[in-house]
Design a binder for this molecule. Structure first.
Ligand code: ADP
Ligand code: ZN
Ligand code: ZN
Length: 731
């Protein structure tokens, strides 16, 4: 009989330990196999950590363990899910992020291999389900149901997975308003392109390349202005590594937003490339995973989770646009792909390149200190100057015409000019929707989200009020619920309203919009980007997703319509994000043979992140922002843990948060300060109150274990849930 030590699929802290099971069947079972187990009367998936032969009887084993020992229900896998080095990486990630190992494994493995029950139902063949409209009838539907029905009615058949809530969808199906259709999926195939030779490297590129290969630094920041040809350096280095018989891991923020990078790699390396793409079906992901694990692919290109790709013999890891925040997972285990890439590089003994035009402060500070190596590409390849950028002061009435309260005189003139010349314009407004604030001037009632207290935005497309924070939806109000006044005041604006305004001011103008309302239907993003690229539109209005990485040769005007939106966000990164967004947007203009201009509209023209963003002066910004961070003691001057407590009983919540703080304080850790309990911006979500403790520290030894133990001790007790985020993005 075999004795198995098994982690359960539940990633909760109280269950973050192995349980004993026996197996007396004759299937092969080893470490890192999944098994089906009976846990508290329910069949779930377990992950085998250890197997040993035993001669003891069940009774003896139960005596030792102190609980009933059962036989597993079945063995699921026929070979181990992970190799040694990935298992070590998982353990290290789990320990750094103080997250249950099983949650790391679940984040690491493709859906069909994940240690959880739902993985077993996952189809391995590539079918996908579409939802089609049968009848457009909104009678008796809830706002959520109406929102979904309107989306389907306006976009034609929609992929089921794009729709979100299955409960809402099932209601629509039950009522015969829509139906499911199964279609065989278009297999994602690497297009057979002719292998391209690439450019001869410029002197700057060659210098960076030589430095990266010869330095003994393990992590290297490659800082190059937009258009400086970082990609060619990545490609040349990859070529070199492949020729040495090793493999390459290439990470990008989002495949959808960076199709060009994928194409470059495919055109250069053909079938040696595997792409881990969120559009792949579970079956296809499984295939790619197997292909990589078997050593058939030599280069893996993918987003965040690709940092766990089962490549062996890695010779180089590249993380492009290292400053982009989508590298950080927003739920447990809260890992950051940049950090994991560095851990993995250390294990594999290979170099890690962090590329960016505007590096994160953390990375830049380490490069300046000499912890990381540094290579730079200070000029654009084609010597094209960066666009001429003007800042427009929205406080000054002289800058307005009668036509608009949002788009300045200068901007309207420039758009008109571009229309006349057949050139394209990019307008960034980092907020979606039509009206962002609705209040009753009669009695002062503010329309707020009943679930989280966030403000409700009116969306013109489906005429609903929505909460951008928690997803709450309601009908558009025709009167005030308090005093029944019909005279509501609607202010604030987002992408939809700018789109409308352009159409009103310039009859016949062709405007496309791109924000997460549009890209809810996943095929639309590619479509809009491609059509804009091909000149089917004069203007593209959108949120930050239009500022990233795209190369639109005919764009000669880029404008941030309201640069102040991010400045007041309650996070220490507000200035950094504002700077990044402005610098990125400016960088979209005038990339090809025509010289471009850029405009930044703002109420804070003197704010350093706006003034320096407009100039794309990264170095000055870095110095200014580092002063701020030091004064306020934020990263990179300190490290942070964030503990979020939530509970339906506010009194108990506050008591525990203070208790926690006191317990940590009495330990007298050196250089540790605790901020809070803070009432976070969204302090009540779906009936649960929230409080946050922010722990700032310089050395983590001792503190980490102490905090982890505390969390384990308190979590789940008396209705209090605690989440722990190591190196949080915000606060
Ligand atoms: P970045 O990623 O640094 O913003 P890209 O890698 O997109 O810049 O390069 C900008 C443009 O320059 C691309 O169109 C690319 O094909 C071109 N390019 C890169 N290196 C060279 C080179 N050595 N010679 C000529 N063109 C190059
Ligand atoms: Zn009212
Ligand atoms: Zn809400």
């Amino acid at each position: 009989m075999k004795l198995l030590s098994v982690l359960t699929q539940y990633g909760t802290r109280s269950l973050d330990r192995a349980f004993s099971y026996t197996y007396s069947g004759n299937k092969r079972v080893e470490e890192r196999f999944r098994v089906l187990i009976d846990f508290n009367g329910k069949n779930i998936v377990g992950f085998v950590m250890k197997v040993s032969d035993t001669n003891s009887s069940i009774e003896e084993l139960e005596e030792i363990n102190g609980y009933k020992i059962k036989e597993i229900v079945d063995v699921i896998d026929v070979e181990p899910l992970l190799n040694d080095s990935l298992m070590e990486l998982a353990t290290e990630v789990s320990s750094y992020y103080m997250a249950p190992l099983i949650s790391v494994l679940q984040a690491m493995l493709p859906k069909t291999l994940s240690p959880k029950l739902s993985s077993l139902k996952g189809p391995k063949i590539a079918y996908e389900k579409w939802v089609e409209l049968l009848r457009n009838d909104e009678t008796d539907l809830t706002p959520k149901q109406i929102e979904m029905l309107r989306l389907i009615a306006s976009s034609g058949p929609v992929l089921k997975k794009d729709l979100g809530s299955p409960t809402v969808l099932n209601k629509l199906i039950e009522r015969n308003l829509v139906r499911l259709v199964s279609k065989e999926r278009r297999r994602f195939q690497i297009p057979e392109e002719e292998i391209e030779k690439g450019h001869e490297m410029t002197v700057e590129q060659r210098n960076a390349y030589d430095y990266i290969l010869s330095t003994d630094k393990k992590v290297i920041l490659l800082q190059g202005v937009t258009g400086s040809g970082k990609t060619e350096v990545y490609l040349r280095l990859s070529e070199k590594i492949l020729n040495n018989g090793k493999t390459v891991l290439m990470l990008v923020p989002e495949i959808n937003l960076t199709p060009a990078m994928v194409e470059y790699f495919i055109r250069r390396f053909g079938p040696k490339v595997a792409v881990i793409h969120s559009e792949l079906s579970p079956g296809e992901k499984y295939d790619e995973y197997r292909r990589i694990a078997k050593g058939e692919a030599k280069i893996v290109v993918g987003a965040r989770s690709a940092v766990f790709a089962p490549l062996s013999n890695i010779g180089l890891i590249i993380l492009d646009e290292e400053h982009v925040e989508s590298y950080k997972q927003e739920n447990s285990p809260y890992y950051h792909a940049r950090n994991v890439a560095i851990m993995r590089g250390e294990k594999e003994g290979c170099k890690v390149i962090l590329g960016s035009a505007t590096p994160s402060l953390e990375t830049k500070a380490r490069a300046n200190k000499g912890i990381y190596g540094f290579a730079s590409l200070p000029h654009r390849v084609n010597e094209k100057a960066l666009p001429n950028t003007s800042i427009i002061d929205l406080r000054d009435r002289k800058n307005y015409t009668k036509k608009s309260e949002k788009l300045s005189r200068q901007l309207l003139e420039a758009i008109k000019n571009n229309l006349d010349n057949g050139e394209q314009t990019l307008l960034l407004i980092n907020r979606r929707g039509y009206w962002t604030t609705i209040i009753c001037p009669q009695c002062g009632h503010i329309f707020k989200c009943p679930c989280c207290g966030g403000s409700l935005t009116y969306h013109k497309e489906d005429q609903m009020l929505k909460c951008h924070h928690c997803g709450f939806v309601d009908h558009y109000p025709h009167e005030c619920p308090e005093c029944h006044s019909k005279n509501l005041s609607r202010t604030g604006y987002g992408t939809e309203r700018i789109e409308k305004e352009l159409n009103d001011i310039f009859p016949g103008i062709r405007v496309a919009r791109l924000d997460s309302d549009v890209t809810k239907v996943s095929t639309k993003m590619d479509k809009v980007l491609k059509e804009f690229h091909d000149g089917k539109y004069d203007v593209l209005v959108g949120t930050e997703m239009i500022a990233k990485g795209h190369d639109f040769p005919n764009v000669t005007l880029a404008c941030v319509v309201l640069a102040d939106i991010g400045l007041n966000m309650p996070t220490f990164r507000a200035s950094e994000r504002t700077f990044q967004l402005i610098a990125q947007t400016v960088g979209r203009s005038g990339r090809s043979h025509k010289t471009g201009v850029a405009m930044i509209q703002t109420y804070n023209p003197d704010h350093y992140s706006i003034a320096l963003g407009a100039k794309q002066d990264y170095e000055q910004f870095y110095l200014r922002e580092m002063q701020q961070r030091r004064a306020a003691q934020y990263p990179p001057y300190v490290y942070m843990f964030v503990l979020e407590f939530s509970c339906s009983n506010e009194e108990r919540l506050v008591k525990v948060a203070y208790e926690f703080k006191d317990l940590i304080k009495t330990e007298n850790f050196e250089n540790v300060s605790i901020v809070g309990p803070i009432i976070p911006f969204y302090s009540l979500i779906n009936g649960k109150y929230k409080r946050v403790l922010l722990i700032k520290y310089k050395k983590r030894e001792g503190l980490d274990l102490f905090v982890k133990n505390l969390v384990e001790r308190y979590n789940g007790k008396s209705g209090i849930e605690i989440s722990l985020d190591v190196d949080p993005m915000d606060y």
